[in-house]
Design a protein around this ligand. Structure first.
Ligand code: SF4
Length: 614
């Protein structure tokens, strides 16, 4: 079996470690680790503060991790997110999931709060709570280096932002792979947990080794032969940079205008390859390593840092914050990573404040600094956020912190969704990427990214894609009409991505492009011995999504929180003129009433009530 059937619960208040068997029935019921993890999250649900000792953190290793499937690397993390009190999951890569399985566990559940700083050591079936007094105050790179030197294995750590319980903090796996947008860093910090180390030697034994081996070989061959694999290893998702700029995703000033061609050039592929990129790197065993080690020279200073996405570095600090050079963006990224700050959210908040300042709506004396578009100012604010002091105390809480600081009037200026920043813009392409921002159970940021991330696909191609990822004919037919129904398309895509996440499979193009629902169902069946049809996988994903929605509804979330910000109904200034919100094929202008109707369709299709709750 490629699952261990074993979990471990650690109460760091008492140091008590309780190993438990995960009933086999749960693997049948949920057909993926994400539903199983939510089964436990539901049991642990509590009413209180995400930063209290009542909160929990669940780490769940995908069913197909610790096998030779390329891209089967994902770990799922669930807690009540401090930034917005949602229970939406976080997904991360690297070798953490593999090493959890090698250590003998599918689930690690952390409870309580330790009196003193500690780290959790999970090694070959044994779990201990270790003293971390010497690590508290150290940054993520220092902590990771120290623990890797001492134990080996994979290390998940928090930085100063997590220690200071800053809600826009996250954790890093092996000092590169982000995990826990929404404040997982702060949750661990509130428990006095500096890090988790996982290592072990347990091998996964598929239920039907021959059939499983054949499927894996065929899949590896497909991935190897795909030109996207080589492109990812070369420039990662920077391959999309120019198209993103042209179409309008590289917008700033509260998402009103696309940055200049000069900015796009400075932070683009040529300078990335020529001045910044040192080498490619990626998650364990991946054939298309899309991440990188960066090196930047700034005067006498040389900064070497790892990045899970250079596109993120360029977008956050180059586009949003407007720092002066690619080298300065690398420096800002390094500082954010070391402190464990969610740089994507930070940059959107920084841009928001800088724009208000440029518009004369907020002033230097109320901020305590000038929010200029320079590396120096950005670094100053990164430090304030990490330490939770001065203006950083407000900004560290996300958009709601800005409301608290400036007053209710800033809501009218806002394009944030559930206190998080939307990455994709419906005015550029209205499909799952942008509609998924409204319904994402974690809050905005990234909607499910698919073939429709940019405009230009035809109906036939989208129909074929929906079929490939497991959508029923009924859902496919309902998606196409006078207006392309982005809500129904989102259902198909969300289910598919939750199937992938539950297996631990990466959803990046270089991996997901070579997969279809039948292949994943066969992989699951031969890996686990649980005969599973594509329909059963999709139904299980739908069930898991409904579980998290229920948890969010208990926190007061409902339809009102899925309504898009009015900003998207205003034009976006791009290089080629103004873009307004139209359906994916550009045929019909989208109105607020149409979005409401799509939300109703979405809830009805999922079997939820009109108020958006199950
Ligand atoms: S494609 Fe990138 S994110 Fe996905 S498994 Fe490979 S290295 Fe990790």
């Amino acid at each position: 079996m490629t699952y261990t059937g074993v979990g471990v619960e650690i109460d760091v208040s008492t140091g008590e470690v309780q190993e438990f068997e995960i009933p086999e029935k749960l693997y049948y019921d949920y057909r993926g680790i994400i539903g199983i993890a939510y089964h436990y999250a539901e049991k642990l649900h509590f009413e209180g503060d995400p930063l209290s000792s009542e909160n929990f953190a669940i780490f769940a290793a995908g069913i197909l991790t610790n096998t030779r499937i390329p891209g089967a690397t994902k770990v799922v993390a669930i807690s009540k997110n401090p930034v917005n009190r949602t229970f939406g999951p976080a997904i991360g890569g690297g070798a953490f999931a593999r090493d959890m399985k090698r250590a003998g566990f599918d689930l690690i559940i952390l409870n309580g709060a330790a009196e003193k700083p500690c780290y959790i050591l999970v090694e070959d079936g044994r779990v201990t709570v270790e003293d971390a007094m010497n690590l508290w105050g150290k940054d993520i790179v220092e902590t990771t280096d120290y623990l890797k030197e001492k134990h080996g294995g994979s290390v998940l750590a928090i930085g100063k932002a997590g220690e200071n319980r800053v809600p826009i903090s996250l954790t890093l796996i092996d000092a590169i792979h982000h995990l826990g947008k929404g404040g997982l860093g702060a949750v661990l910090g509130s428990k006095n947990i500096k890090a988790i180390v996982v290592k072990g030697k347990r091998a996964s034994e598929p239920a039907n080794p021959q059939e499983f081996g054949k499927l894996v070989k065929e899949f590896r061959d497909r991935v190897k032969a795909d030109p996207v694999t080589k492109r990812y290893a070369d420039i990662g998702i920077m391959a999309a940079w120019d198209a993103w700029a042209r179409e309008g995703y590289l917008a700033f000033k509260k998402k009103t205008v696309v940055v200049s061609r000069e900015v796009v050039e400075e932070f683009g592929v040529r300078n990335y390859k020529g001045r910044i990129k040192k080498q490619s790197t990626g998650c364990s065993g991946c054939l298309s390593p899309c991440k990188s080690i960066l090196e930047a020279r700034l005067g006498d200073e040389t900064i070497e840092t790892k990045a899970s996405l250079y596109l993120g570095v360029a977008y956050e600090f180059g586009v949003k914050c407007g720092v002066e050079s690619a080298e300065m963006a690398v420096k800002c990224h390094d500082i954010a990573n070391r402190h464990g700050i969610d740089a994507m959210l930070f940059a959107e908040l920084y841009d928001f404040v800088a724009t208000l300042y440029e518009e004369g709506k907020v002033f230097e004396d109320e901020l305590g600094f000038e929010p200029s578009r320079s590396g120096e100012a950005v670094i100053k604010v990164l430090e304030m956020v990490a330490e939770g002091r001065d203006f950083g105390e407000y900004m560290g809480r996300g958009f709601e912190g800005l409301v608290e600081k400036f007053g209710e009037w800033v809501r009218k200026e806002s394009h944030f969704i559930k206190n998080l920043e939307p990455l994709f813009d419906p005015r550029v392409s209205f499909a799952s990427e942008s509609f998924g921002l409204f319904t994402n159970p974690r809050g905005a940021q990234e909607g499910p990214v698919t073939i429709t991330v940019l405009p230009g696909r035809d109906e036939e191609g989208i129909r074929r894609y929906m079929k490939r990822i497991g959508a029923s004919d009924e859902l496919i037919n309902a998606t196409f009409g006078e207006v392309f129904n982005a809500a129904l398309y989102t259902i198909a895509v969300e289910n598919w991505l939750w199937v992938l996440n539950g297996m631990g499979l990466c959803r990046r193009e270089s991996i997901a492009k070579s997969l279809d629902i039948e292949t994943v169902a066969s992989m699951f069946s031969h890996a686990t011995g649980i005969e599973s049809s594509p329909e059963e996988l999709v139904a299980a994903a739908d069930k898991a999504l409904t579980m998290v929605r229920k948890l969010n509804c208990r926190e007061g979330y409902s339809r009102k929180d899925d309504t898009p910000p009015s900003r998207f109904f205003e034009p976006l200034k791009t290089w080629e003129g103004y873009k307004i919100w139209r359906d994916y094929f550009g045929r019909v202008e989208i109105t607020p009433d149409m979005v409401e109707k799509m939300l109703s369709d979405y809830y009805a299709w999922r079997g939820w009530k009109e108020n958006g709750c199950p």
